[in-house]
Structure formats: structure tokens, C-alpha cells
Design a protein around this ligand. Structure first.
Ligand code: NAP
Length: 235
């Protein structure tokens, strides 16, 4: 039984693929009006196929003006904003910290950390004005532990966890719950682009259940945290 999001507008960033797409589908199944947002118009149009009432809006989350415009689009099209999933993220280059490409560092921080901040910077006032709601920021297990050769990703995801805890304290009595989800390794195009079969097998073995997760499993937790069933859970 899906959670009931009837009458609520949701924005999902990075919604053309993987975890974001699974979340957008499940929110719509629960009755939310979902704005799918991503970098490429064509990929978005394809992702939105079959999602009832879906709207699409191209947005690079590393650009604060684009994120502001995304929130304005959702409000103009649907009359408000209640739910926001700051999901867009990239893996970045693989290199040890002492050799990490400077451009790669800037890009990963811009998308994976600044993008989440912009989502909350513009999403929070809009959700509060719409009568309250919830935000989920997609962090990672790498928001909790280190991982050799991914310094930028690990730093950004740790920062997302801290940012989430801080905003949750600020908005706990203002009608907006804010949580982060920290998935282990999930089989999506993000991993497929970076890892060979041997690396996939190695990473699967690091999980207690000896397999990678699915986007649908991450969506199930995310939708619970966005739902009224999670009304006492924030930060
Ligand atoms: P994915 O399949 O690659 O999907 C990410 C989507 O975000 C893609 O459509 C991508 O577009 C888009 N995107 C990239 N940069 C963007 C930007 N600047 N603005 C807007 N959209 C952008 O990856 P995923 O595995 O679903 O990852 C989603 C989130 O989960 C990320 O935050 C990731 O760090 C996190 N996560 C993933 C895993 C995992 O193992 N997969 C584990 C823990 C956490 P393009 O394809 O055009 O680049």
C-alpha cells in the first residue's frame, strides 16, 4: 500500500535515472503531483512517460538561479510545494587525496553539496509558505565512513548529513521535517558507468546481505520519511 501524498506537490532532482526516478514514480503512485528535474530535457521526457500528472523542468542543481527557478516553476504550475527530494549527484573522479584533480573536486562539491544546499535554500521557504511538508536529502553510506580514492564524494556526503541535521533543528517547529538517507551501494547507471564486474562483486560482498540494493528499496525508505507516517522523525 503506497503512502498517501494526495494534494501534495513534490520536486525530485536527478529524476531522469536511478534512485530519483524510482522515487518520482512512487510519489506519483501515492497521489503526489511530481516535478521531475534533471539536466537533459529528452531524458526527462522519457522518464516522465507513464508517471501520472508528471511535470518536468530542466535544472542543473549546481546553479542556484536554476534551482530557484525550479521551485518557482513547481509553485506556478501546481500552486505550492510540500515535498522535496534533493537527489541529484555524481561520482566524480577516482584518485587519492594528494592527487585529486582540482576541477573534479569543485564539480563534485558543486553538485553533491551545493546542489543540496540550494534545494533547501529555496525549497524550505516555499514548503513553509505552502503549509509545511518534508525534505529528504540523498546522502550515502559514504556520508558516514571514508572510502579511499573518493575524497570529494565522501566530503560532500558527510557535509550533506551535517546540513540535514542543522536544518532539521531549525525547522522542527516550523512544519518541515528534514531527513537524509544513506544508502549502501545501489545498482544504478551511476555505478554501471564507473565499475567493472570484479568491482561490483567486491562491493556486493561488503554488504551484510551480500548484494547491492535497488533504487526501489531506497525509494521505499525515502517515501516513508516524506509521509505522514514518519511525523516524529526529523534530522
Ligand atoms: P544516476 O542513476 O546517475 O542518477 C543521477 C541523475 O542525476 C542522472 O540523471 C544525472 O544526469 C543527474 N544529474 C547529474 N548531475 C546533475 C546536476 N548537476 N543537476 C541535476 N541533475 C544532475 O545515479 P543514482 O545512483 O540514482 O544516484 C542518485 C543519488 O543517490 C546521488 O546523490 C548519489 O550520490 C546517491 N547514492 C547513490 C548510490 C549508488 O550506489 N548508486 C549509493 C548511495 C547514494 P546525467 O546522467 O545526465 O549525468
Amino acid at each position: 500500500m503506497p503512502h498517501d501524498f494526495t494534494g501534495q506537490t513534490a520536486i525530485v532532482t536527478g529524476a531522469a535515472s536511478g534512485i530519483g526516478l524510482a522515487i518520482a514514480r512512487d510519489l506519483a503512485k501515492g497521489g503526489a503531483r511530481v516535478v521531475l528535474s534533471d539536466l537533459k530535457d529528452e531524458a526527462l521526457a522519457q522518464a516522465a512517460e507513464g508517471i501520472e500528472g508528471a511535470l518536468t523542468c530542466v535544472c542543473d542543481v549546481a546553479d542556484p538561479k536554476a534551482v530557484e527557478a525550479l521551485v518557482e516553476f513547481a509553485i506556478a504550475e501546481t500552486g505550492g510545494l510540500h515535498l522535496m527530494v534533493n537527489n541529484a549527484g555524481i561520482g566524480g573522479p577516482a584518485a587519492v587525496t594528494g592527487e585529486y584533480p582540482l576541477e573534479g573536486w569543485d564539480k563534485v562539491i558543486a553538485v553533491n553539496l551545493n546542489g543540496v544546499f540550494y534545494g533547501m535554500r529555496f525549497g524550505l521557504p516555499a514548503i513553509e509558505k505552502s503549509g509545511g511538508g518534508a525534505i529528504v536529502n540523498i546522502a550515502s553510506i559514504l556520508g558516514t565512513v571514508g572510502f579511499a580514492t573518493s575524497p570529494a564524494y565522501v566530503a560532500a556526503k558527510h557535509a550533506v548529513v551535517g546540513l540535514t541535521k542543522t536544518a532539521a533543528l531549525e525547522y522542527g517547529t516550523r512544519g518541515v521535517r528534514i531527513n537524509a538517507v544513506g544508502p549502501g551501494f545501489i545498482r544504478t547507471p551511476l555505478l554501471d558507468a564507473h565499475l567493472d564486474a570484479a568491482a561490483m562483486e567486491f562491493l556486493s560482498g561488503m554488504h551484510a546481505v551480500k548484494r547491492m540494493g535497488t533504487a526501489e528499496e531506497v525509494s521505499a525508505l525515502t517515501c516513508f520519511l516524506l509521509s505522514k507516517e514518519a511525523s516524529f522523525i526529523t534530522g
